[in-house]
Design a protein around this ligand. Structure first.
Ligand code: NAD
Length: 351
C-alpha cells in the first residue's frame, strides 16, 4: 500500500437547529465585522434567521446555477463596495459556488451553510460558466473555513430535489472509488457515504419531515464530498461537467440519471471497488444496490426529460472523449460514450 492523502483544513459543525448560533460563533472566530450573506431565494427564511445574529454588511440574492461569470463579477463588486470582511453562504451548491467565486477574487473567508446535498462546501474546487463553457479550478482560498450543517434547514428542500441532490452525493462516492487521486482513506469515506445515503434517502422520501433521514443524508453528503475532494473527478463527473456546462442541464438531476450507466460500465473492470460498494449498499452487487435505492426514491431516469436533445448526444460524446481520465477502469471510446449517453437519454435499464 502506498499513497499520499491530504486532509483539508476546515471546521465542521453538525447539529439540527443550531445554525443561527453556530454561524455567529464561526463569524466571531474569524474576527469578522462586516459580513456579506449570499443566499438563494429559496433559502431566504433560513437566511433571515441566521442573519439576525450577524454583523451584517449586505445580503446578496443573485444566485444562478453554474455561476455565470457576470454574476460572479457583480457579487465581487458588491462585496468590495460594502467593504465585506467575510462571506456567509446559505443555500445549495449554487450559493456556495458564488461565495467561492467571491473568495477567489477577494481572498475573503467563507462560512458555508449548505441546504442541499451537493457537497461543494467540502471541496476547494470553484467553477464559473462563460456562455456555454464551464471552467473549474482548485484553489485553497475557496475552501470554506467553516461549514455549519443543520438538517432542519433541509426540511424545505422538495422531495424531488432531495432525491436528485442525494444521488449527486452518491455519485461523489462512486467516482471516489476509482477517480485518478483515489486513495484508501477516500474509499473508506465513500463507502460510509453510500451506507448513510442509502439509509437516509428512502427515509426522506417516505417522510420529508423526518429529521433522522435528513440528518443521515446530510452527514452522508458531507463524507462523500470529503472523499471526492481528495479523490478528484472520475469519468462520471467528467461526463456531467460537460453536460452541465455545454447544455445547461440541471446539475443534481443530471448526476442522478447518468450515475447508474457509469457504474454499469466500470463495475466489471473494478471488482474490488464493486464489492466494496455492494457491501456498503448491503446488496448482491453495487449496481443492484444503486438500482434498489433509485427505485425506493423514484429517481429521475432520462436525460431526455431534463433538457438534453436527442440530436445533441453525438456531439456531447465528442466533447467528453478528450476529458475521459486515462486510467478509467473500463476502456472508453466515442462509441462507448454514445451508447452510454443514448441509454441515459432514453432512461434504459443500465444493466
Ligand atoms: P442549487 O444550489 O442550484 O439548488 C437547487 C434548487 O434547490 C434551487 O432552486 C435552490 O434555490 C433550491 N434550494 C436549495 N436549498 C433549498 C432548501 N433548503 N429548501 C428549498 N429549496 C432549496 O443546486 P445544487 O444541486 O445544490 O448545486 C449545484 C451547483 O453546485 C452546480 O453549479 C454545481 O456545479 C455546483 N457544485 C460544485 C461542487 C464543487 O466541488 N465545486 C460540488 C457539487 C456541486
Amino acid at each position: 500500500m502506498r499513497f499520499v492523502h491530504e486532509t483539508r483544513p476546515q471546521r465542521v459543525r453538525f447539529g439540527s437547529g443550531t445554525a443561527p448560533d453556530a454561524v455567529a460563533e464561526e463569524v466571531e472566530r474569524l474576527g469578522a465585522h462586516r459580513v456579506m450573506v449570499i443566499a438563494s431565494p429559496a433559502a431566504r427564511d433560513a437566511a433571515d434567521r441566521i442573519t439576525a445574529g450577524l454583523p451584517l454588511a449586505l445580503r446578496h440574492h443573485e444566485v444562478v446555477m453554474h455561476v455565470p461569470t457576470e454574476v460572479a463579477a457583480r457579487a465581487h463588486q458588491a462585496a468590495v463596495e460594502a467593504r465585506a470582511d467575510a462571506v456567509v453562504s446559505i443555500g445549495g451548491g449554487s450559493a456556495t459556488g458564488l461565495a467561492k467565486a467571491v473568495a477567489l477574487a477577494s481572498g475573503l473567508p467563507v462560512v458555508a451553510v449548505p441546504t442541499t446535498y451537493a457537497g461543494s462546501e467540502a471541496t476547494a474546487v470553484w467553477g464559473t460558466t462563460d456562455g456555454s463553457r464551464k471552467t473549474t479550478g482548485s484553489d485553497p482560498r475557496v475552501l470554506p473555513r467553516a461549514v455549519v450543517y443543520d438538517a432542519e434547514l433541509t426540511l424545505s428542500l422538495p422531495v424531488g430535489m432531495s432525491v436528485a441532490s442525494g444521488l449527486n452525493a452518491v455519485a461523489h462516492c462512486v467516482d471516489s472509488m476509482w477517480s485518478p487521486g483515489s486513495d484508501p482513506i477516500d474509499r473508506t469515506l465513500a463507502a460510509e457515504g453510500i451506507r448513510a445515503l442509502a439509509e437516509g434517502l428512502p427515509l426522506v422520501t417516505a417522510g420529508p419531515a423526518d429529521l433522522r433521514g435528513r440528518e443521515l443524508a446530510l452527514y452522508g453528503a458531507y463524507v462523500s464530498a470529503v472523499a471526492f475532494s481528495s479523490a478528484g473527478s472520475g469519468l462520471h463527473h467528467r461526463i456531467c461537467h460537460v453536460l452541465g456546462g455545454a447544455y445547461r442541464l440541471p446539475h443534481a438531476q443530471t448526476h442522478a440519471i447518468v450515475l447508474p450507466h457509469v457504474l454499469a460500465l466500470n463495475a466489471p473492470y473494478a471488482p474490488e471497488a464493486q464489492a466494496r460498494m455492494a457491501r456498503a449498499f448491503d446488496a448482491g452487487s453495487a449496481l443492484a444496490g444503486l438500482d434498489r435505492l433509485r427505485r425506493a426514491v423514484d429517481a429521475p431516469r432520462a436525460l431526455g426529460d431534463v433538457g438534453l436533445r436527442r440530436a445533441d448526444v453525438s456531439a456531447a460524446a465528442g466533447l467528453i472523449l478528450p476529458v475521459v481520465p486515462p486510467d478509467n477502469p473500463a476502456p472508453v471510446t466515442r462509441a462507448v460514450l454514445e451508447r452510454l449517453l443514448t441509454a441515459a437519454w432514453n432512461g434504459d435499464d443500465p444493466a
